[in-house]
Write a protein that binds this ligand. Sequence first.
Ligand SMILES: C[S@@+](CC[C@H](N)C(=O)[O-])C[C@H]1O[C@@H](n2cnc3c(N)ncnc32)[C@H](O)[C@@H]1O
Length: 417
Amino acid sequence: MSGETLTIDRLGTHGDGIAETEKGPVYVPFTLPRETATVAREGETGTLIALTQAAPERAEPPCPHFGPDGEGGACGGCNLQHLETDAYRVWKREQVVRPLAMNGIETEIAPLYPCEPGARRRMVLTARRTENGMLVGFNQAGSHNIVPIIGCLVGDPRIVKHLASVRRIARAVCATRKPFRLTVFASETGLDIAAEGAGRVSTRQRQMAIETALSMKVLARLTVDGETLVEARQPIVRFGGISVVPPPGAFLQASAAAEDRMADLVLGHLAGAKRIADLFAGCGAFALRLAREAAVITAESEGPALAALDAAARHATGLKPVEIDRRDLFRRPLMAADLKYTEAVVFDPPRAGAEAQAHQLAASKVCRVAAVSCNPATLARDLAILVEGGFAIDAVHPIDQFLWSPHVEAVALLTRR
Ligand SMILES: C[S@@+](CC[C@H](N)C(=O)[O-])C[C@H]1O[C@@H](n2cnc3c(N)ncnc32)[C@H](O)[C@@H]1O
């Protein structure tokens, strides 16, 4: 394949190398700044054909699925394995620094808290039946093609070791030619597998799926579109020692180490408050830990997650009262008046952020806020609202929950001036 020679100027927010050319920017995955490469160009998209000059920061990517020649296609999971560790960490921290600066926020930003390979305890895989068998893996970068995953360096070995069995389960529950989603969570009691969108399972298939699942000694639970087919054991996740049975496919922080770090920061900042609100509470990763010392009101839109949180709080001993409030916090944020007796708040929204809620917090009398986010752009927007409303940012802590990907988690700690 012929191509043109480009020099890469910088890394973009999605981790692609960017070459600035007379005809505009060209995004070239798997390249680094100061590298020269032969690239096949189609508009703004460049495909790396060959590297002619490598950057000193280039490292040997450890995963066989990585890169344009990756096994089974270029996996869209981790696209920064070719960047040497120190440079990678500087770049990752920058992903938090830059949007904050663009929003006029000056504050202390801690070094990146690193996470180790093998820590991803919750893997969201895509599966599809093909003529050549069942594919289970991650989507190829920028496409719906599935890269069948044999090994995964970021995945928890408790999941990765059993990917062949996960594939057998996918085959058993699959009643469609369309791709479907498999969420695999390494719970304390075994794997919790949730299939969604696999089609209408026949009675015979259901029987096969149950037999396959029961033969898998490491399986705790198998659900299909929320219906439990097998529950050999209740899947359990522990938040600061408090056991929770998460609903099928529930949101849980991707890595236990990252969650522990976030929880330490949140608990440390909110210590001493007697009444705390946990907004976008999920199954209670923060709320249940906080409830050891403070009354907690939790708000969240997913009923099953709140029910799991509620059941855990009822079963645990020695907790202060935990209230639950099912609500859509985008449309119906907790109003400043609702927060009258609340001293401190933790919020951890999805990628869209918590704009409406931030306005209410700004107008409230809440004294301390811990803002947790997986999207630095919306975090920066929400922090600017809080600063405008009288808060000062004490510190921001970037956490590398999504190793080798362009995604980063951050915890911002704020106090009313
Ligand atoms: C990033 S997760 C955090 C969950 C929890 N704090 C944890 O650490 O496990 C975001 C949570 O926000 C919830 N959520 C999404 N949109 C929402 C909305 N509009 N209103 C309330 N909660 C929402 C999701 O269901 C999810 O549980």
